[in-house]
Design a protein around this ligand. Structure first.
Ligand code: TPP
Ligand code: SF4
Length: 294
């Protein structure tokens, strides 16, 4: 069967400027495969990003895109989704952007269970600004901003944060496995509710600790080990395995999925009349309203 939209449909004419070997290439590839698999109409897909190497991603896809300011990608995406709930809104960015400067927006979007997909390219460093510590940098890691004692703060655990905040689809992928990543991304986009895909995406230039080799030695597929993604408590236990509790085994795959929680859009009374952008513009009966003031 010939597909209506080929992989090429989703590729833009702009070529990535990432360093050769950057993990973000795999995320772009996985997203293109996921869109092709789902056969989403490019004109009904909006990619929103913040600022960072990873946040350049929307330029490389021929869907709609919005390059927001640092840490504000989720807020902009929320606005777009609320205005036009028929759009597939996908947010892409880095750990500094999403888990640092934008973490407040991230948490509130999850507690609302908005129907958004968020792919965070987690390289455990600030790549674009040449290697400062990020909220996911390992304790002890020497970076440009922590040159003497290394990082002295605990790293954020994005999976546990997402579970406790109310996200209803929570997964972790790795740029060394594009197939698994594109499956997790496709299922995340299909999911009705907030989906987080924490994508371990090595920065080959500024992070010499969390390399492809580092991850290859440690990652395992939690779903192949019998994890039940419907069990929130089990998902928490898996989330705590890495990075906070221990550093030797890193679970990849689907931690949690719950299709029964209503989304914000399901509950918001304003949608009873339908999609706001498809409503007639202006005030229907201005004379009736004016009467109140006369
Ligand atoms: C308000 C604001 N603060 C700081 C910056 C500088 N800045 C630009 S990108 C960036 C870090 C991006 O890191 P991350 O989100 O992890 O993405 P990466 O480049 O690693 O993909 C910073 C601090 C900015 N542009 N705006
Ligand atoms: S600096 Fe790091 S994150 Fe940025 S493009 Fe290069 S490898 Fe990728």
């Amino acid at each position: 069967m010939k597909l209506a939209f080929e992989l090429e449909t989703y590729k833009s004419e702009v070529k990535p400027t990432w360093c050769p070997g950057c993990g973000d290439f795999a995320v772009l590839n996985a997203l293109q495969h996921a869109l092709t698999e789902l056969q989403l109409e490019p004109w009904n897909v909006l990619l929103v990003s913040g600022i960072g190497c990873s946040s350049n991603l929307p330029q490389f896809l021929s869907t709609y895109g919005f390059h927001a300011i640092h840490g504000r990608a989720v807020a902009v995406a929320e606005g777009a989704k609320l205005a036009n709930p028929d759009l597939h809104v996908i947010v892409t960015g880095g750990d500094g952007d999403g888990y640092g400067i934008g973490v407040g927006h991230f948490i509130h979007a999850m507690r609302r269970n908005l129907d958004l997909t968020y792919i965070v390219m987690n390289n455990e460093i600030y790549g674009l600004t040449t290697g400062q510590a990020s909220p996911t940098s390992e304790m002890g890691m020497k970076t440009k901003s922590t040159p003497i004692a290394g990082v002295i703060e605990n790293p954020i655990d994005p999976i546990a944060l997402a579970l406790s905040s109310g996200a209803t689809y929570v997964a972790r992928a790795f740029s060394g496995d594009v197939k698994q990543m594109s499956e997790l991304v496709a299922k995340g986009i299909e999911h009705h509710g907030f989906s987080l895909i924490d994508a371990l995406s090595p920065c080959v230039t500024y992070n010499k600790i969390n390399t492809y080799e580092f991850f290859r030695k440690r990652v395992y597929d939690l779903n192949k080990e019998g994890h039940d993604a419907g069990d929130l408590k089990a998902a928490f236990l898996k989330a705590l395995e890495w990075p906070v509790v221990q550093r030797d085994r890193i679970p990849l795959g689907l931690f949690y999925r719950n299709d029964k929680v209503p989304t914000y859009e399901d509950l918001e009374p304003a949608y009873k009349k339908g999609n706001p952008v498809k409503q007639p513009l202006g005030v229907a009966d201005a004379d009736e309203i004016l009467k109140e003031f006369l």
